[in-house]
Design a protein around this ligand. Structure first.
Ligand SMILES: Nc1ncnc2c1ncn2[C@@H]1O[C@H](COP(=O)(O)OP(=O)(O)O)[C@@H](O)[C@H]1O
Ligand SMILES: [Mg+2]
Length: 318
């Protein structure tokens, strides 16, 4: 198998990641993708979570079953690698969800769907890591962990401005594939005790991954491999409970704690609103692009727009 070595031409790959589930990763990915596309950027969203929430935010379960489940998901792409050691063209798995794109004039949101059986892929990939010699172990490590990076490098030049990867809530091989492929990562978190602990842990694990990966790259003489350095864009606080225009004091305390860890923090934070966020996936259009009037809606949409502007600033893509 040969890898094409194309540098990711102006295409920024960003992972949205946190070990914890239910912190708003998928919601943030969907809204960023939609708003960026609305502003004229071309976006590829990749759902790497077997729970497939991002997929079902853009396509209905029925449509997924009918059209994509069997052969048009990220699982099929990993399966080809595992079963046949072959390259399925990543772009053959890209779909364009209709509902969200109907309201977008200039840009577009494309999607690679997930699959509930993606969970098994991790185990299969793990068996690919062993080798009889150190050299084999090293080569297998680089091949397995750079799988998605290599896949993305085959996309047509200039087709996408951003690839947004919605990660599963773990640090398994598929998640590491996302980080290895990424220029940067964004960490949505709730301001509570466990989330605060989790952020430090995540940062540590990312730096271990980077160290191991780059160590292997250093050791091989093969110029096909490049070192990685995914940049942490920051912690994005989500599900903030607002009282009297600001977060409640318990949450403020956790936000302060994270600031003390010397970790970048996204200035925009996302308030909690169960009604508005819970219903969004059913429409196939994320909250930020929904045409609904009302003061609360507007406040929430403003927040998501502000987040998008900040995202563009920190990724230098204004
Ligand atoms: N700001 C928010 N306020 C209230 N509920 C939210 C908010 N963001 C997301 N949710 C809801 O919380 C649940 C988990 O969000 P999700 O984005 O799926 O998290 P994750 O991807 O981290 O598991 C979903 O039901 C979602 O609709
Ligand atoms: Mg999710």
């Amino acid at each position: 198998m040969t890898f094409r070595l194309v540098k990711q031409n102006n295409m920024q790959v960003v992972s949205i990641i946190n070990y914890k589930g239910g912190v708003g990763k998928t919601t943030i990915t969907a809204n960023l993708a939609a708003e960026l596309a609305f502003r004229g950027y071309n976006i590829l969203a990749i759902d790497l979570d077997p729970q497939a929430s991002l997929t079902f935010s853009f396509v209905s379960v029925d449509e997924w079953r009918e059209k994509y489940e069997k052969s048009v998901t990220i699982k099929n792409w990993y399966d080809a690698f595992i079963d046949e050691d072959s390259d399925l063209d990543l772009s053959s798995l890209i779909i364009r969800p209709q509902t969200v794109n109907r309201d977008i004039k200039k840009g577009k949101v494309d999607l690679i769907c997930s699959h509930l059986a993606l969970i098994n892929v991790d185990l299969e990939l793990a068996t690919r890591l062993s080798g009889a010699s150190q050299r084999q172990v090293r080569n297998n490590y680089l091949r397995v962990y750079s799988r998605l990076k290599q896949g993305l490098s085959t996309l047509e030049e200039g087709k996408y401005n951003f690839v947004l990867i919605d990660c599963p809530p773990n640090f398994n091989i598929v998640t590491k594939n996302a980080l290895v492929a990424s220029n940067s990562y964004l960490v949505p978190a709730k301001p509570d005790y466990l989330s605060t602990l989790g952020i430090e842990q995540l940062r540590r694990h990312v730096s271990e991954l980077v160290k191991d990966y780059n160590h292997y790259v250093d050791e091989t003489n093969n110029l096909q491999w490049e070192k990685i350095s995914p940049l942490m864009l920051g912690v994005l606080f989500t599900m903030i409970t607002i009282r009297n225009q600001s977060a409640i004091s318990a949450q403020k305390q956790y936000i302060e704690q994270v600031k003390g860890l010397n970790i970048p923090i996204i200035q925009t934070s996302i308030r909690e609103n169960n009604t508005i966020y819970a219903e969004a996936p059913e429409y196939g259009v994320p909250v930020v692009l929904q045409r609904v009037s009302g003061k609360t809606y507007k406040e929430i949409q403003d927040e998501l727009e502000k987040l998008t502007t900040e995202f563009l600033n920190i990724t230098n893509e204004k």
